[in-house]
Design a protein around this ligand. Sequence first.
Ligand SMILES: NC(=O)c1ccc[n+]([C@@H]2O[C@H](COP(=O)([O-])OP(=O)(O)OC[C@H]3O[C@@H](n4cnc5c(N)ncnc54)[C@H](O)[C@@H]3O)[C@@H](O)[C@H]2O)c1
Length: 326
Amino acid sequence: MERALITGVAGFIGSHLAAGLLRQGWSVTGLDSRSPASDPVAAENLAAVGGDPRFHFVAADVTGGDLAIFCEGVQAVFHLAALAGVRRSWGDRFGDYLSCNVLGTQRLLEACAATDVPRLVFASSSSAYGPGTGKPSREDDPPLPLSPYGVSKLAAERLCLAYASQRGAATSVVALRYFTVYGPRQRPDMAFSRLMRAALSGRAMSLYGTGAQRRDFTYVSDAVAATIAAATADVRAEVVNVASGRSVPLSDARRAIARLAGTDIPAQRRVAQPGDVEATTADLAKASELLGYQPAVELEEGLRGQWEWLAAKDDQAAVALTEATA
Ligand SMILES: NC(=O)c1ccc[n+]([C@@H]2O[C@H](COP(=O)([O-])OP(=O)(O)OC[C@H]3O[C@@H](n4cnc5c(N)ncnc54)[C@H](O)[C@@H]3O)[C@@H](O)[C@H]2O)c1
């Protein structure tokens, strides 16, 4: 049986990745600084995998302590632990971003090297690109991150490539640039989560920018498929986009969510936040070639998946879903 270590397992993508690896027959050690024993979000995220005897959770922080003990005998390390989100990365919190996203990654790379882990898959971000060129972003475009968060992800990505490019390095690396991932258990600070909560509560949400900003939204099962494929891809040190390949205005997504909710979504317009880019869109040729990746979930279907998850725990969302289906 193949063994994996996932850092950030109690988070949105990490919890889906754990479930995906278990489905494919892996055993999984999941590491996170948030423990399901004390954190309700972590508990909810890990509910589906917690009872599986091949899943083992460890409460640990990538910024301190011995990480090598978790890497022993592991075929792939999936490094997702990070402080995510652009807006909070400005100001005083940057030190935390630096420590978690950059130093934490370097510590894990050392641990992988010390224990001869064959493959590290790193969760990088489309934020590394910055404003883009107007054309779908390619992995060899010059990275120009516009936010401290993007800078931290790019720095960590470069560390991964530097370690993997050393002569005789045991650990090869795939750094995946995820483009705005969504689906069940999406982080509460992300736009679709906030839009859905506003639709249910009737309380106006802050909508940054004009709504015309475009994003290449990636459904979480597509992100997981690419991530698992990256564990065994025949490469040494590569950066690869993971996206849907289709860029959609946020205002269109808002309308689609309003249709699911059967109500308008109250919103207060606010100025665009520093670090938010106008548009993201990915070129997926390299993902297709190296990972055999093809996105499978269209936006309408994916939004429905996220709303169905909400409906399972919220009566009002369930009623709206029934009416939208009738
Ligand atoms: N969600 C997206 O759209 C998106 C886009 C691009 C990149 N990413 C990257 O993908 C990864 C997962 O994102 P997510 O949306 O699931 O975020 P998330 O916040 O839901 O998950 C991150 C997890 O990492 C854990 N963590 C944070 N600091 C830690 C530390 N020092 N030690 C151990 N665990 C720690 C958190 O507790 C959390 O459970 C992140 O690296 C993020 O930067 C996400």
